[in-house]
Write a protein that binds this ligand. Structure first.
Ligand SMILES: Cc1ncc(COP(=O)(O)O)c(C=O)c1O
Length: 376
């Protein structure tokens, strides 16, 4: 079978790693939401929507997204205008249509290093030049960003509020400094934001609030309502949304109206705050236990403020460690999968999303044992 040359970007081996986390293996690799975080009321709302709106629910929808949902989204987020919102099939489709709309093959795109591994094949599909900007102890490498911008940068993909995989929150002064560079060198920023609602501490304003023209805000209900709805959204200017709508109409035509109606009804009934609080507490209770276990194991890691993940340095090759850890019954994601430059070979991402508290504690113990057995 002859596959396209771009297929190699998608052949990441990540699905293979996720499939190893079966049969007694504690799965700290994946980022799938805990079923207990999915609000029980969603089923009743779905039934009500089907009974009351079957005409709309099973017809093609408006490409931009249902107006009532776009209104609810701006009310929930506290910024943006419904005219500038595009509802997408998860934030994943959002990034894909942003890529198609804004990036030409010769345009340079920059990403944090490490970054969300699924963003890489999407961005590489549209740009031949994806440059990595290292995240260091002191934050994003601004010198490298400026050097890249000076030679012509089209788009910068960032996760400023609880980054995947590091859990990092970009401080306000750094957000402003990045925006100054965007203004000076005329590039746009995609602010991917699936996890900010799961923060235990107040976060700086989103970059889109600081500069709605430069920043396309990409977000989702996957982690705070239900991933199976496949409802995400982009908040941007009216002008950019018009361009995105043209592209979306040739991509998925519309986000399924049934899902949009369910999400709109959920928000209208005022259930989102309760749903966020439950999800945030659930993940935080697991993260705190896992962090304590990691600290007790003497491993170097970034203290999380919320979300799903802990990013830690094991000091040994993470691929070898994964083989050993699987034998002992725990799976995680090796750091190099998140790195466009192939760095972070001794770092790993462990996820609290799919494990129970007990499994989390035991998983870290197994991980620590695997590290010990490779060190000796
Ligand atoms: C940073 C980031 N962006 C996007 C997504 C995809 O989310 P969605 O379900 O909205 O497509 C995820 C999911 O894990 C993510 O972690």
């Amino acid at each position: 079978m002859r596959l396209s040359s771009r297929y190699r970007y998608f052949d990441t081996k990540v699905p293979e790693i996720l499939s190893w986390a079966r049969g007694g293996v504690i799965n700290m690799a994946g980022g799938i939401p805990d079923p207990a975080a999915i609000p029980p009321s969603i089923g009743d709302i779905a039934m009500d929507v089907i009974r009351q709106h079957s005409d709309k629910a099973f017809q093609y929808g408006d490409t931009q997204g249902l107006l009532e949902l776009r209104r609810e989204i701006t009310r929930f987020k506290g910024f943006g205008d419904p005219d500038g919102v595009v509802v997408t099939v998860g934030s994943q489709e959002g990034l894909d249509i942003i890529g198609k709309t804004f990036i030409g093959p010769q345009d340079t795109v920059a990403v944090e290093d490490p970054t969300y591994f699924v963003a890489l094949p999407i961005l590489k599909t549209y740009s031949h030049s994806v440059v990595s900007i290292p995240i260091r102890e002191g934050g994003l490498d601004m010198d490298k960003l400026e050097e890249t911008a000076r030679s012509g940068l089209r788009l910068l993909y960032l996760m400023p509020s609880i980054q995947n995989p590091t859990g990092r929150v970009m401080p306000l002064d750094e957000r402003k400094a990045v925006l100054e560079l965007a203004e000076k060198y005329d590039f746009h920023i995609v602010e991917d934001d699936p996890y900010s609602s799961l923060s235990m501490t107040p976060l700086p304003p989103s970059m889109a609030q600081l500069d709605p023209y430069r920043v396309l805000h990409l977000s989702t209900f996957s982690k705070i309502i239900a991933p199976g709805l496949r409802v995400g959204f982009i908040i941007t200017t009216k002008e950019a949304s018009n361009a995105l709508i043209n592209v979306k109409s040739a991509t998925t035509i519309s986000t399924p109206p049934l899902s949009q109606l369910i999400a709109a009804e959920f928000l209208k009934r005022g259930l989102i705050r309760e749903s966020i609080d439950r999800a945030r507490q659930l993940y935080w209770s697991k993260l705190t236990v896992i962090s304590t276990a990691v600290r007790e194991a003497g491993l170097e890691f970034q203290e999380p403020v919320g979300g799903f993940f802990i990013w830690l340095n094991t000091g040994i090759d993470a691929d070898a460690l994964l083989r050993e850890a699987l034998k002992l019954g725990v799976a995680f994601m090796p750091g190099r999968y998140f790195s466009p430059s192939g760095s972070f070979s001794t770092w790993i991402r462990i996820s609290a999303s799919q494990v129970t508290i007990e499994e989390g504690r035991l998983g870290v113990k197994r991980l620590a044992n695997a590290i010990q057995s490779l060190k000796h």
